[in-house]
Ligand binder design. Structure first.
Ligand SMILES: Nc1ncnc2c1ncn2[C@@H]1O[C@H](COP(=O)(O)OP(=O)(O)OP(=O)(O)O)[C@@H](O)[C@H]1O
Ligand SMILES: [Mg+2]
Length: 274
């Protein structure tokens, strides 16, 4: 059976065999001077004003910054949902910053796992079918589709919820289905734009437990946007955006282990009530 950990080792084998040819041993993502300006009628909004950074294989990082600072714009570029106006974006050593829509769609469906704040699951299909969808687009054969969807759902702790529809799942469980869906094509990176933004703090930490576990145990590279400093403290690195630029790139010392640490404000609240 083709399991997610095994998918990764297939990827690693591919990387070893092709590393000289296309330098896949380098960073997973290498962004240089990315810019993106939106035109709203006559008004130009300079959402990204030249953003450069690398993400290494196995990284776990958070993007923070005020509302409107360009976080989602950046995630959309990295996720090949949108293209930059200028700059270079290397995904596993391959320039993808200047591709057309069809080419971007191909890269997106095969190499990127995107997780949205609002889960974006298909309401009328089961958790299993939601997870099979990206593989359908990628032309994965039937039997393998079932197996990989099941394995991904097991990996996010939903082995017993495969036949549930989204409205039969809690918010945290729905986001876990979305993470499983993001995993099935063995992406180079999981990009999550405020994955805990629509969840209560307990479900948010559960989602963080899954993302951190995938990173720590499966070596999957994860980049997430959050407004929540407590969530960010569960990563290894925080990129701070302000006004379309990176204003800080900080290492997180002693990252918290999801589920083990208590949210400081929660402790405060309990003390107050007591
Ligand atoms: N499709 C669009 N058309 C025009 N302007 C846009 C568009 N999308 C975003 N913007 C503008 O670009 C800037 C960056 O927006 P972006 O969504 O990247 O911010 P953000 O950091 O994700 O904010 P939030 O924390 O609120 O999600 C904002 O000023 C926003 O108004
Ligand atoms: Mg946003």
């Amino acid at each position: 059976m083709r399991s997610a950990p095994r998918l990764k080792s297939v990827r690693e084998e591919m990387e070893v065999s092709s590393s000289v040819a296309n330098s896949r041993n380098g960073p997973v993502i290498s962004a240089r001077d990315l810019t993106r300006t939106y035109l709203l009628g006559e008004v130009e909004v300079r959402a990204l004003r030249g953003v450069s950074f690398d993400i290494d294989q196995g990284g776990l990082l958070a993007v923070m910054g005020p509302s409107g600072s360009g976080k989602s714009t950046l995630m959309n570029l990295l996720g090949c949902l949108d293209a930059p106006d200028s700059g270079s974006y290397l995904l596993e050593g391959e320039e993808v910053g200047q591709l057309n829509d069809d080419q971007l769609a191909r890269i997106r469906s095969r190499r990127i796992g995107f997780v949205f704040q609002t889960f974006n699951l298909l309401a009328r299909t089961t958790a299993r079918a939601n997870c099979e969808l990206p593989m359908l687009y990628a032309g994965v054969p039937n039997g393998e589709r079932h197996e990989r969807a099941e394995r991904a759902l097991e990996l996010v702790g939903l082995g017993d919820r495969m036949e549930h529809h989204p409205n039969e799942l809690s918010g945290g469980q729905q986001q876990r289905v979305a993470i499983a869906r993001a995993l099935v094509n063995d992406p180079a990176i999981i990009l999550a734009d405020e994955p805990t933004g629509n969840l209560d703090s307990k479900s948010g930490i559960e989602v963080m437990e899954i993302l951190q576990g995938l990173n720590r145990n499966e070596g999957i590279t994860v980049m997430l946007v959050t407004h929540d400093p407590f969530i960010a403290r569960h990563t290894d690195r925080v990129l701070r955006l302000a006004d379309g630029r990176i204003v800080a790139d900080e290492e997180v010392h002693n990252p918290l282990v999801a589920g083990e640490a208590e949210r400081p404000s929660d402790i405060g609240l309990e003390e107050e009530i007591a």
